[in-house]
Design a protein around this ligand. Structure first.
Ligand SMILES: NC(=O)c1ccc[n+]([C@@H]2O[C@H](COP(=O)([O-])OP(=O)(O)OC[C@H]3O[C@@H](n4cnc5c(N)ncnc54)[C@H](OP(=O)(O)O)[C@@H]3O)[C@@H](O)[C@H]2O)c1
Length: 278
């Protein structure tokens, strides 16, 4: 199995924010035909909230969706994964593939819940997937093969970059690239506020901040240079940037961001065992 076959399709169980983003991208890239998509939400009132295609099947019956599909993508909140697996396990076998994007939920937990030799993968995408600039880390459970990883990579490549990691790193990935967009929006918004304080319009300040963040990230990715080296190229001796950097150091920006990733990663370990939402 290297692609979703024409005969059997894709189930997206929990087509909310992240499930909806992924599904839209898979449809846009022609990775699955709309008629072969079986998506679910919890309540019918929220049907079609996040999916524009009218041709997909959207309902609340997880078991029916799993029965119709070869690949089952689980996009519900971590605490709901167990119940969803209980609902669908009788429709699963070694010829199907279960992929969960839920934070904290290990492949071992899912394998125990579904039993048998059902192939299981775990993935951690992020919200920039909505513009094709996401990054998804994937890892496989004990019954999944390299071909299953290849299929998952093909799916997640539709929303940006995909990396394969050891499962022991998935919580760190969750705290860095899963939560990271929220941290960066705060930094971006704050940079723009600085521009507003200095008299720029909010619209211009936000554009300057966003394009600067995008450009700086692109330079890191395209040159492969260490960020510290790139920072030095902007920092003229006795110039204005070093004065700004001094403020950042006094405000403990670095240590604050490091601690934010550490805290978010630690929280990711707990999500399955508490009733707080991610
Ligand atoms: N948001 C992110 O940045 C992000 C990034 C990576 C991974 N994730 C993971 O993605 C998962 C979903 O997060 P989200 O932000 O997309 O949350 P969300 O928008 O609340 O989506 C969850 C969806 O699951 C549906 N649902 C709940 N119980 C269900 C059930 N028993 N059967 C079928 N559908 C059910 C909900 O339906 P209703 O709308 O009807 O309640 C909703 O559509 C989480 O496990 C999270 O860890 C999220």
């Amino acid at each position: 199995m290297t692609e979703i076959s024409a005969a059997k399709g894709l189930a997206v169980l929990g087509a909310g924010k992240m499930g909806g983003i992924l599904l839209e991208a898979f449809l846009k890239h022609g990775l699955v035909a709309p008629a072969q998509v079986f998506a679910t939400v919890r309540q019918t009132s929220s049907e079609r909230r996040s999916i524009s295609s009218a041709q997909i099947t959207l309902g609340t019956d997880n078991r029916a969706a799993a029965k119709n599909a070869e690949v089952i993508l689980i996009c519900v909140k971590p605490l709901a994964v167990g119940a969803v697996l209980d609902e669908i396990h009788s429709e699963l076998n070694e010829h199907k593939l279960v992929i969960s994007i839920a934070a904290a939920v290990s492949t071992e937990y899912m394998e125990k819940r579904v039993g048998g030799n059902v192939p299981v993968l775990r993935a951690m995408p992020n919200t920039p997937s909505m513009v094709g600039e996401g990054i998804t880390a994937i890892c496989k459970g004990k019954h999944a093969t390299a071909k299953h990883l290849e299929l998952a990579r093909k799916l997640f490549d539709a929303v940006g970059k995909t990396v394969v990691v050891d499962e022991k790193h998935m919580d760190a990935v969750t705290g860095l690239s899963g939560s990271g967009p929220a941290f960066l929006y705060i930094i971006l918004e704050s940079l723009a506020e600085g521009g507003v304080k200095m008299g720029l319009s909010r619209e211009l300040a936000t554009l300057l901040a966003a394009q600067t963040m995008l450009g700086a990230a692109k330079v890191v990715l395209e040159t492969g240079h260490h960020p510290a080296l790139l920072k030095d190229t902007v920092t003229t001796p006795a110039g204005c940037t070093i004065d700004g950097i001094l403020e950042l150091e006094e405000g403990k920006l670095r240590v604050t961001l490091i601690k934010a990733v550490v805290k978010a990663s630690q929280r990711a370990k707990e999500l399955l065992f508490t009733d707080k939402e991610s």
